[in-house]
Design a binder for this molecule. Structure first.
Ligand SMILES: Nc1nc2c(ncn2[C@@H]2O[C@H](COP(=O)(O)OP(=O)(O)OP(=O)(O)O)[C@@H](O)[C@H]2O)c(=O)[nH]1
Ligand SMILES: [Mg+2]
Length: 192
């Protein structure tokens, strides 16, 4: 009886665990986003932006978001490192693609990388958030324009949103990430 009750208690109090993979070209702002999220969701200061080096390998951060225990994997985006991305596909529950909305010269490269990732069979069904980052930069492309440039209408059958943010200032981050985690939670709990 006691073990039954203990099991029920564990079930009722256990948190949903979600792994979120953060991908995108080098310099897109993935690690800046990760450090900004530590401030927003963990209330601890992240590494100051000026001290964040290019990622060689992986950064991991865990935090509670909306009652979900989330592990973020931020993988380096340099060309020579992109082969490492696939190591994390199988265990990911949701995907964030970060792109630099102020770097029009790399839109095509960013778009190709985005659709290449989307076509991976292991990622096909995952909730997906495309972050149009660096909105604080004068002349940055709006979220709507990025959605058009990235053929967002071709993404079907999964929860998907293009969201404008500034990882540097934090603008838009809470809203975009909270949406993704809610979708990932629904998926892991079999609600979608
Ligand atoms: N103005 C502005 N700069 C940003 C923003 N996000 C990131 N940056 C800057 O962009 C540069 C690259 O940021 P990172 O976070 O290191 O980029 P990354 O995507 O992690 O790059 P890799 O680790 O090489 O894949 C840094 O100089 C950041 O300060 C933003 O929202 N606005
Ligand atoms: Mg990085």
């Amino acid at each position: 009886m006691f073990s039954l009750l203990a099991g029920l208690w564990r079930y009722l109090t256990s948190k949903t665990q979600v792994n979120v993979l953060i991908l995108g070209l080098d310099d897109a702002g993935k690690t800046t986003l990760l450090e900004q999220m530590k401030g927003i969701f963990k209330k601890v200061p992240g590494i100051p932006p000026a001290k964040i080096p290019p990622t060689i390998g992986l950064n991991v951060a865990k935090m509670d978001i909306g009652g979900v225990s989330v592990t973020f994997w931020d993988v380096g985006g340099q060309v020579r490192l992109r082969a490492l991305w696939e190591r994390y596909y199988a265990d990911a529950h949701a995907l964030i693609c970060v792109m630099d909305s102020a770097d029009a010269a790399r839109f095509e490269e960013a778009q190709l990388a985005f659709h290449a990732v989307r076509e991976q069979a292991e990622l096909h069904a995952l909730p997906l958030l495309l972050l149009a980052n660096k909105q604080d930069v004068a002349g940055a492309c709006s979220g709507g324009d990025i959605a058009a440039q990235f053929d967002a209408h071709k993404v079907m059958g999964v929860p998907f949103r293009v969201h404008a943010v500034s990882a540097l200032s934090g603008e838009g981050v809470n809203e975009g990430i909270s949406w993704l985690i809610a979708k990932a939670r629904e998926k892991t709990q079999g609600m979608t």
